[in-house]
Design a protein. Structure first.
Length: 288
């Protein structure tokens, strides 16, 4: 009804998700734009444990879906580092996870329902509708996602190993680590010349976030401040070897300070070459 009224009034409509995106994709382009939120369109619609499928409403946050799935012994097979997004927004913006063999959230969608630009309710299914892939990652341009049916797996734990490597060690070991590991993350730490394999433990994440936020508060005017923050965390970086629920390993366990971010994709066999070039660029700027 909302969409039909917007069309009748000759206005534009945009959906607000969790506000995680750095882009202005959900910002009104004019005073003629109507914004709607899916926060109240949230929850689990149904679960089919035999088929390992779950249907959720479009505004349900990823952390909430994780909790609801666990109640039925099920789970996402992969998750992004941040879990506050709504499922509709995460799909529409191609939010990814971290694996060389398991796809992102988009690959888990079996079907979805959306209200298109005319107010009509439309259903799209994998393998049946040629528009399916474009509808899943639609950047909000095709309509409002109201329901999503996901292919899920049995709930599982992850064995996490976090190591601190020199850049030179990483260049020789990266390909083998990726080949041997189902889920992998690498963090290149500026000003230190080090690479972290895995995610930091919560206490160290919180410490670094506090220091970085403090540094941002004073406008980055402290000489060598960023350098000191990075060296402090590197000096106290612990080796982690644990088994934990999957979402505790996949998700970054803290609120990231306000910042802007760019993401790039390139072939896996070019990772070392690309990062070596990036390191040279950073070194020229005094950031390595």
């Amino acid at each position: 009804e909302i969409v039909k009224k917007v069309v009748k009034d000759k206005k534009r409509l945009k959906v607000i998700g969790a506000g995680h995106s750095w882009s202005k994709i959900a910002v009104p382009s004019s005073s003629n734009t109507v914004l709607i939120s899916l926060n109240q369109l949230s929850g689990l619609v149904s679960v089919d444990k035999e088929k390992k499928q779950a249907t959720v409403l479009g505004g349900t946050r990823l952390y909430e879906i994780t909790r609801l799935l666990r109640e039925h012994g099920l789970a996402f097979e992969n998750l992004p580092s941040v879990n506050e997004q709504s499922i509709a927004g995460a799909l529409a913006t191609a939010t990814h996870g971290t694996s060389s063999c398991v796809g992102g959230l988009q690959t888990m969608v079996e079907s979805l329902t959306l209200v298109d630009g005319t107010g009509a309710v439309r259903h799209f299914s994998k393998g049946k509708d040629e528009e399916f892939d474009g509808v899943v990652v639609h950047l909000g341009a095709l309509g409002v996602i109201t329901e999503v049916t996901l292919n899920v797996v049995d709930d599982f734990n992850v064995h996490e190993s976090v190591e601190l490597l020199s850049f030179e060690q990483w260049t020789t070991q990266a390909a083998q680590i990726v080949s041997d590991t189902k889920y992998v993350k690498f963090w290149l730490e500026l000003y230190t010349g080090r690479v972290i394999g895995g995610s930091p433990p919560r206490w160290l994440s919180d410490l670094r976030v506090y220091l970085l936020t403090l540094l941002q508060t004073v406008g980055g005017r402290v000489p060598g401040g960023a350098n000191a923050v990075m060296w402090l965390t590197m000096k106290n970086w612990p080796i982690v070897d644990r088994v934990a629920p999957h979402e505790q390993v996949f998700n970054i366990p803290h609120a990231i300070p306000r910042h802007y971010e760019l993401e790039y994709a390139f072939p896996a066999d070019q990772v070392v070459q690309v990062m070596t070039t990036l390191r040279s660029m950073l070194a020229r700027e005094g950031m390595w």
